[in-house]
Design a protein around this ligand. Structure first.
Ligand code: SAH
Length: 340
């Protein structure tokens, strides 16, 4: 049986046609699920009884369980337990422009980035589509608010779960459902080139962020093993294609790790690497974790790095720090929970 929250509108339309009903029933069901937010089939009053009976045999409505919630200043972190007792997190950030939710895409992660907490617990499995959709629904219902922006920057590598994240985006983006605008959705990847190519062909107006974190191959391969398979030259080339084909800007995320990747030389190299691209760099103060070998760069070094990029005509911002007090850094809450 499939979980109803994991079905795209198109698949639901096919389903109704297959069971000999009308295609537009799919829209009505979507509205019940995502606009009126009913919790059971019985409440869908414009669907006839026999169809409901059939749907009951074909779909489950089961939810994911919120098992912990930690509140910080402008940030709330949630821990969910899935049907098989695996756990994932989501982080809600209150911005002046709306509520942004950081959603997990896998249980654990296989990318092995040396600074990242999520990678400490190897990938156990991909998240199912409904498990991503339900992170949003549960939080909206618990906190009585609407999520306006979604970032796939929680636990996991979204492009290592490509098909599911595409269906997830379809569902939350649908005007008949949650209606979260494509430009309010961001996928962040460590740089899996074949999937970036698929993403270009896919043509959605979703934002693309690349976890760069280094200015040359030697350093990047040390920090991010994926770089050995997909080195910078190839990564930059495919991103240039992305920019050209979609006319969209790419975001580069760059965590500043003290005396690892935050030297003036790195800033100059980075400016050179992405020179002329329609891109901007988001400098991220490192959220210190149990990877004690890495420290957060001090303010002076962060500002120096920023200045060098600016002087070299690179668009750059320094990300506001969110959630260090609630261990919001990628996988920290889950890792801590599993340890205790
Ligand atoms: N796997 C995807 C998305 C998840 S990580 C990716 O690599 O982009 C989301 C972002 O948080 C990435 O840029 C990641 O490198 C960064 N990150 C991981 N650990 C961090 C930490 N301790 N402090 C700050 N950012 C971190």
């Amino acid at each position: 049986m499939k979980n109803i929250y994991g079905i795209t509108l198109t698949d639901l339309e096919d389903y109704f046609l297959k069971i000999g009903d009308k295609k537009f029933k799919a829209i009505q069901v979507f509205e019940w699920l995502y606009k009126k937010r009913v919790k059971s089939l019985e409440e869908m009053s414009n669907i006839k009884k026999e169809t409901l009976e059939r749907m009951k045999q074909d779909f489950t409505f089961s939810r994911i369980k919120m098992i912990a919630q930690k509140q910080g200043k402008n940030v709330t972190k949630f821990l969910f337990e899935l049907g098989d007792h695996e756990k994932v997190e989501a982080v809600l950030m209150n911005h002046d422009y709306g509520n942004s939710l950081c959603v997990s895409s896998q249980v654990g992660c296989n990318m092995g980035c040396t600074f990242c907490e999520s990678g400490r617990l190897k990938k156990i499995r991909n998240l199912e589509v409904h498990e991503m959709v339900l992170q949003i629904l549960s939080i909206e219902e618990t906190l009585h608010l609407r999520v306006s922006h979604v970032v796939l920057m929680g636990i996991g590598e979204p492009f290592d779960n490509y098909d599911h994240i595409i269906s997830f985006i379809d569902i939350i983006n649908s005007g008949k459902g949650m209606d979260i605008g494509a430009r309010h959705i961001t996928v962040s990847t460590c740089g899996i080139i074949p999937k970036i190519k698929d993403f270009i062909d896919n043509g959605r107006q979703v934002n693309l962020a690349i976890s760069l974190h280094a200015s040359n191959d030697t350093l990047r391969s040390q920090l991010m093993p994926i770089n050995k398979a997909y080195p910078l030259k190839e990564l930059i080339a495919v991103l240039k294609q992305y920019i050209q084909k979609t006319n969209r800007r790419v975001t580069f995320e760059y965590i500043l790790l003290e005396k690892v990747n935050d030297f003036e030389q790195n800033a100059l190299e980075l400016a050179h690497l992405i020179h002329g691209m329609n891109a901007y760099v988001n400098l991220i103060p490192y959220n210190e974790t149990s990877h004690i070998e890495y420290k957060k760069s001090n303010q002076k070094r962060i500002l120096k790095f920023y200045d060098i990029l600016k002087k070299n005509h690179i668009q750059v911002t320094i990300r506001r720090e969110f959630g260090s007090e609630v261990m919001a850094a990628c996988g920290q809450l889950r890792a801590n929970y599993e340890r205790s």
